[in-house]
Ligand binder design. Sequence first.
Ligand SMILES: [Zn+2]
Length: 145
Amino acid sequence: MITTADESLLRRAIAIAARAVTLGDAPYGSLLAGPDGAILAEAHNTVRRDDDITAHPELKLARWAARELAPDTAARTTMYTSCQPCGMCAGGIVRSGIGRVVYALSTEQLVALNPQSGDWPTVAQDGPALFDEARVPFDTYHRPN
Ligand SMILES: [Zn+2]
């Protein structure tokens, strides 16, 4: 359930997206807030500026949270983001331990606004293969001393 306090922080994420446009960057903004609503970190999309396909604000904040916050602290944070996280960012958010995400535009709404963004196809994957060979690094890594 999205509260009025959530909407206030979500408006801030939308403002970050709007500011990104004025800086020449793509219109995506996010922030991470603590349980009291205090803003811990903010980010916007810098894919073009950095020539980095991973420079989505949600992934930047997930990396920041994993690096800077204890797991129990990260679990009590909420990410507010102008658009629903893509698959790449969703994976990073899960690994970061961030407890909750609140977004404005859904992927479906984003694609309706800009058909070139948001809805990525899956890549062909072949596997599994070479189990006996591929397991060796894992067996070595996990071997008790
Ligand atoms: Zn993303």
